[in-house]
Design a protein around this ligand. Structure first.
Ligand code: G6P
Length: 607
């Protein structure tokens, strides 16, 4: 999963391509590169590592040319070296690619048997060779691309330039997004509308199998059967502003601190506090007809799905299944009639979640999407869009998107409950009252930042960390462990408290911190019993609870983090804060790259 930008411009393009890549760095930061056509020849700069390395190279050796393509990479085939960095040039052809060519091995063998040699280990170079082979036979650029596309299996978006037609960029997509931007005397290609936001707001989204020839004056789009087609030009509304960190040291820290505001914003569009009701956007189907729910997501968003299962089952008494998308799509799920399919995604582009959404739709399931990026593929394809209003999330480890997703999930659970006649008006009013309290409770949780920072150096010494929770706090334990391993590289696992005795307790010794997430409430005593069993075996416990819980069970812990007393319904939204802050400060103590941790990318657009 990588980011692509292309400009057929009236003036020099290198700086603008680099700017586009900055907006796409969330898709990968293993290497980056730009290629322009200058005086009828390719000129290319590539650099391993973060985009700043490419920027430095461009200062040393600027690139001229008013047409060019650019790429930021998350390595799939071949190590993140400069040789494997895109763009790849083969003869008169240069290409950038996002996605995976699944049949690259037989294609590569065929090309090698044909006497062709490779300069990289990437699947992408295979495509460059296939097109170049056609071009060498005298086939015009567009036809060469059109001939090669049906030979490629997998999911991909491509941008190609061919020296025989030096005023055109050819793009193609199948399973990975690609958008066309319409400018004034110049036109663009980009992985998303955000990449093109400072250049244009006039965007067309290519459909599956489409390919396009973009020149200064014209955009010609073809479908997979090479028929000319029109795709609607829409106003993207994406902000052209580059987001900065403000007074914060990292984007992640800024985004943690934004949560009271963005969760309030998100809740504000779903609840009417004065009337005491929860309201979803208008929809064409009746939630009362829903008989079961299937939730699909990846990573942090999948834990929102797990918490949603507790809520929807408790309030609406509907059976809920939750899957990580990569499993859902290949396990031949049984989707019965009257299932509501829910996808949850910050980016709206995660390849597995998108494929799961399409699978649900093709099975006749009505779909809803809890999505942060309103211009994303998922946002455009779901039947009912339930937006989160977290704003752009830059830190790779998701924080504010997670809590906003929880806020929307709570609203959806209440709506389902009302539609199923499981919730009285009084009960709904009571829930709304608790939801209204969330932003203030989150601010109170943030006030413990310094304490958490003070305990971080001790946790940073650990090789393994365990997280425990019960009920909706079990997915919170999973999220805590994920946050810690993502950004601090410490091995961490989350467990349902009751499962401790069935294996994980064997891991406990005095070198393993145990983070226990236990708001006081109906499940508290049970969780504390499990915690004490671990303490009896030397566990170094950090207890996250409220004053009542800490008074009852804080003794013998190495540290406690006191949360405000909140209703169990909203506890996961509030308890996310200490969990995020702990991971953040441990990562800072370890000196890792908090916002762009190794090997990860913000949006995973390959399977
Ligand atoms: C990546 C990110 C995670 C995120 C997951 C799902 O792995 O690093 O933070 O939770 O993708 O992303 P989505 O955009 O679908 O929420």
């Amino acid at each position: 999963m990588c980011g692509i930008v292309g400009i057929v411009g009236k003036e020099a393009v290198a700086d603008r391509l680099l700017d586009g890549l900055k907006r796409l760095e969330y898709r990968g930061y293993d290497s980056a590169g730009i290629c322009t056509i200058d005086h009828a020849a390719f000129d290319r700069r590539r650099a391993q590592g973060k985009l700043r390395n490419l920027a430095a190279r461009l200062i040393e050796a600027p690139l001229a040319g008013d047409i060019g393509i650019a790429h930021t990479r998350w390595a799939t085939h071949g190590a993140p070296t400069e040789d494997n960095a895109h763009p790849h040039i083969v003869g008169d052809v240069v290409i950038v690619h996002n996605g995976i060519i699944e049949n690259f091995k037989p294609l590569r063998d065929e090309l090698i048997a044909d006497g062709r040699t490779f300069a990289s280990q990437t699947d992408t170079e295979v495509v460059a060779h296939l097109i170049a082979r056609e071009v060498e036979k005298g086939v015009p650029a567009r036809e060469a691309v059109a001939v090669v596309l049906p030979r490629l299996h997998g999911a991909f978006a491509l941008a190609v330039m061919v020296l025989t037609e030096p005023d055109v960029i050819i793009g193609a997509r199948l399973g990975a997004p690609l958008t066309v931007g319409y400018g004034d005397g110049e036109n663009y290609l980009g992985s998303d509308a955000l990449a093109l936001a400072p250049l244009t707001q006039r965007i067309a989204y290519l459909e599956e199998g489409d390919w396009v020839a973009v020149s200064r004056e014209r955009v010609e789009i073809y479908d997979r059967d090479n028929n000319p087609v029109e795709r609607p030009i829409v106003h993207s509304g994406a902000s052209g502003q580059l987001i900065d960190k403000g007074n914060h040291r990292h984007f992640m820290q800024k985004e943690i601190y934004e949560q009271p505001v963005v969760v309030a914003q998100t809740l504000g569009s779903y609840i009417r506090p004065l009337e005491g009701v929860v309201a979803l956007p208008d929809m064409e189907f009746d939630l009362g007809s829903v008989e079961r729910v299937a939730i699909v997501a990846c990573g942090t968003a999948s834990y929102v799905g797990m918490i949603g299962k507790y809520w929807i089952e408790q309030f609406a008494r509907l059976p809920v299944e939750v899957d990580v998308a990569s499993e859902f799509r290949y396990r031949d799920p049984v989707l019965l009639p009257n299932t509501l399919g829910i996808v949850i995604s910050q980016s709206g582009e995660t390849a597995d979640t998108l494929a799961a959404l399409r699978h649900m739709k093709s099975s006749g399931v009505t779909t809803a999407g809890i999505i942060n990026v309103p211009t994303s593929s998922m946002a455009r394809e779901v039947d009912l869009l339930l937006p989160t209003h977290a704003g752009p999330e830059i830190g790779v480890a998701s924080t504010k998107a997670f809590t906003c997703q929880l806020a929307v999930m709570a609203a959806l659970a209440v709506n389902l409950a009302r539609a199923k006649e499981r919730l009285s008006a009084d009960e709904e009013r009571e829930i709304v009252r608790h939801l209204v309290e969330v932003p203030a409770a989150m601010s109170a949780a943030l006030a413990h930042d310094e304490e958490i920072e003070a305990m971080a150096p001790a946790i940073a010494q650990a090789r393994d960390v365990l997280y425990l929770g019960r009920g909706p706090d079990y997915p919170m334990a999973l999220e805590g462990a994920l946050k810690l391993k993502e950004i601090s590289y410490i091995h961490a696992e989350g467990y349902a408290s009751g499962e401790m005795k069935h294996g994980p307790i064997a891991l406990i010794d005095d070198a393993v911190p145990l983070i226990v997430i236990a708001p006081s409430g109906p499940l508290f005593d049970k969780t504390v019993s499990n915690m004490q069993e671990a303490q009896a075996r030397g566990a170094q416990v950090v207890l996250i609870s409220d004053a009542e819980g800490i008074a009852q069970a804080g003794e013998g812990t190495i540290a406690t983090i006191e949360m405000p007393k909140v209703h169990p319904l909203i506890a996961p939204i509030v308890y996310a804060i200490p969990v995020q802050l702990l991971a953040y400060h441990v990562a800072v103590a370890k000196g890792t790259d908090v916002d762009q941790p190794r090997n990860l990318a913000k949006s995973v657009t390959v399977e």
